[in-house]
Design a protein around this ligand. Structure first.
Ligand code: KG4
Ligand code: ZN
Length: 345
């Protein structure tokens, strides 16, 4: 019998029904993109309120699509960390209500571990442990050593912006839409990535696995809006914009890949699992595969729909249930980022 997974860590309201064999019977993601677009970023309070409106219809739709009834569910799972506190609480409240009402076990899972577990859904037995994990999303950019699907040790990562956050801001500077990733990718396709040599902060530092993206964003701003330019200066267009988008994308990709290469070298691990919305990026995917080839490591990346936030990756909850876990009514959320959240097991 399948479990119901619920995911409301940030701005997507998602639910999925997944069998013990990790088969996704039904998966629904209600995006809040349109709601946050005018602010060019997620507004936490708006996100939480939108989750309240959407969570029950999304769950109903996921269950309906799965072809099973609520009575056929075996357990309820919910992403409890990291994330925005108001958003997380909505998912938790829905999960508790359903679990208590149907007298089902309830487990919480880690959103970042789940992003990496999406590789398991897409690539099955090719996923083994230990492995190196790379999460690249709007809220997180980090490298992990995984001893198991649920045991993550952070090896390094961004010391300022997440790469997705920088991508979204770069898109705004270039007058492109939100979220910025797909726009930067599309616009940069016709551009010359070598036109501007943008900075790759920390990329050459071989002593640490940390990354930084805020200087890259500032460098772009200085080109697009040089000091002293009028506040209403229109964003670049055409060829100039395409070159900037491509140059930005290449700098971000090379910053990440430099640390992935170093991490593979240092750890000796032969498998890289990738997850998070930015992993949908074609240039990054190709660069990671090439990096894996250089280090004789397999690189597994989920298809784009499993890279961005979804509840199908809540399949990871089976790992907890198989250990007999049941947090029951005491389950709580752990808001914050991966740098503030400890003790993930
Ligand atoms: O994992 P995700 O859906 O949500 C978070 O947990 O943050 O990641 C969203 C981020 C956004 O910053 C978005 O611009 C970026 O992923 N993104 C991309 C692409 N598609 C989404 N970045 C680069 N290229 C893409 N094709
Ligand atoms: Zn995410």
């Amino acid at each position: 019998m399948p479990l119901l997974a619920i995911e409301t860590t940030c701005d997507e309201t998602a639910a999925a029904v997944i069998t013990r064999g990790r088969q996704v019977l039904g998966s629904v993601v209600a995006s809040q993109e349109a709601l946050h677009a005018r602010w060019r970023g997620v507004v936490p309070e708006l996100a939480a309120r939108a989750h309240v409106e959407r969570i029950l219809p999304v769950i109903d739709e996921a269950v309906a699509r799965s072809g099973v009834g609520r009575a056929d569910l075996e357990a309820v799972a919910v992403a409890i960390r990291p994330g925005l506190v108001g958003s997380l609480l909505v998912g938790l409240a829905a999960a508790k209500g359903i679990a208590l009402g149907l007298r089902l076990p309830l487990v919480g899972y880690d959103h970042l571990a789940a992003h990496l577990y999406a590789c398991r859904l897409a690539h099955g037995d090719r996923v083994r442990y230990p492995a190196l994990g790379l999460v690249v999303s709007g809220g997180h950019t980090a490298l992990y050593r995984l001893e198991s699907p649920t045991t993550l040790e952070r090896l390094g990562g961004t010391i300022d912006d997440a790469v997705g956050e920088a991508v979204d801001k770069a898109a705004a500077l270039l007058g492109l839409g939100y979220p910025g990733g797909p726009w930067i990718e599309r616009t940069g396709r016709d551009g010359d990535p070598f036109r501007h040599r943008l900075p790759r902060p920390l990329a050459a530092d071989r002593d640490r696995l940390d990354m930084s993206f805020s200087g890259l964003k500032t460098a772009l701003r200085v080109i697009v809006r040089p000091p002293g330019s009028p506040p209403d200066q229109p964003p670049p267009e055409g060829r100039a914009r395409a070159d900037l988008a491509a140059s930005f994308e290449l700098a971000a990709v090379e910053s990440i890949v430099a640390k992935v290469g170093l991490a593979l070298e240092r750890t000796g691990l032969r498998l890289l699992l990738v997850g998070g919305g930015v992993a949908a990026n074609t240039r990054l995917r190709a660069a990671l595969v090439a990096c894996g080839d250089r280090h004789r490591a397999d690189v597994l990346v989920p298809p784009p729909a499993l890279c961005t936030d979804n509840a199908a990756m809540g399949a990871i909850a089976w790992e907890h249930l198989d250990r007999g876990e049941d947090a029951g009514a005491l389950l709580d959320v752990v808001p914050g980022t991966d740098r503030t959240v400890r003790n993930r097991r």
